[in-house]
Design a protein around this ligand. Sequence first.
Ligand SMILES: C[S@@+](CC[C@H](N)C(=O)[O-])C[C@H]1O[C@@H](n2cnc3c(N)ncnc32)[C@H](O)[C@@H]1O
Length: 350
Amino acid sequence: MTKNLFLRDTQAAYITAVGAAYCGDSLELLQQLPNDSVQLVMTSPPFALQRQKEYGNKEQHEYIDWLAKFATLVHQKLRPDGSFVLDLGGSYEKGVPVRSLYNFRIPIRLCDEIGFFLAEDFYWFNPSKLPSPIEWVNKRKIRAKDSVNTVWWFSKTEFPKADISKVLAPYSDRMKKLLNDPEKYYQPKLRPSGHDIGKGFGKNNGGSIPSNLLQISNSESNGQYLDGCKTVSVKQHPARFPTKLPEFFIRFLSDPDDLVVDIFAGSNTTGQVAEAENRRWLSFENNIEYVAASTFRFLTKKNSQEEMQLIYNQICEGKTIDLTKYQLDIQSNITAVVKPGTYVQTSLLD
Ligand SMILES: C[S@@+](CC[C@H](N)C(=O)[O-])C[C@H]1O[C@@H](n2cnc3c(N)ncnc32)[C@H](O)[C@@H]1O
């Protein structure tokens, strides 16, 4: 199912069987995509801006204006049944224990001015998040630990492609008992809430409908990626997705062969998951070192240290690497540099 995924005016940093990673400003890269072509944009904008959260209201407005430019293009590029999933951490106002409203202003702006619909608000609960801000939580003990990110699911129309049965959660022990012996554990009746839970309730659907509170710890090891960073002695990306987060939305909101794009790709967790889920993918990231290191996600322990180093260096030098050569023939010499000019507009989105 190999399909080329090349942008008209920009050369990829690397390509895999079903995806391509580009280094550049997403505002420029997004423009090279045909309109109505992307099924899912799954992304998390730079937290650096939030970390300088010493910013006051003016900067928050600048941040919203900045993000709105990307969102406008995303809206153009999405298919009519496409989705835009945006993970945003919260923050405090400068110097006071008062929450910033910026991550709530963003959905209002995107829906009121750009034309998105808020299909659903999700909350990513990360139990392994460290207590912060230290001043209000640890020192003065006047606020609770902040451990939830808002994850806004926007859509271009009211009925985006979505199938919750693809992301069912495991049944609880109680539910498993009920499924094994419904008569013993449950008497069908009308609940005080008005919900009529009839006999069908005891039917095994293979899992339970997940809620919009996603509990995902960010402590996973990222094996290949971290090993590669160590091998080549480069810094790991500081704000990576846990793979379960893009995995949930990719399975829920797209089908195999659909195009998934991450416009702030960082270490390209989204691309790695999309590849594993047989979705075509594009990733855009403006820091070449992050792009180069993200190749490690697609390599294995069988790739030698020299190969990893060379791939990393060549991408930093602006060459395009065809990773399938390394994935298919790990003993091969380094012959997989794609010559400049090889890329032409091809069947990007058929
Ligand atoms: C929060 S990180 C994303 C991390 C990613 N989800 C992962 O799993 O590694 C945001 C990334 O956006 C990148 N970025 C910031 N502005 C950009 C722009 N205009 N175009 C492309 N990438 C940008 C930053 O360099 C940073 O790596």
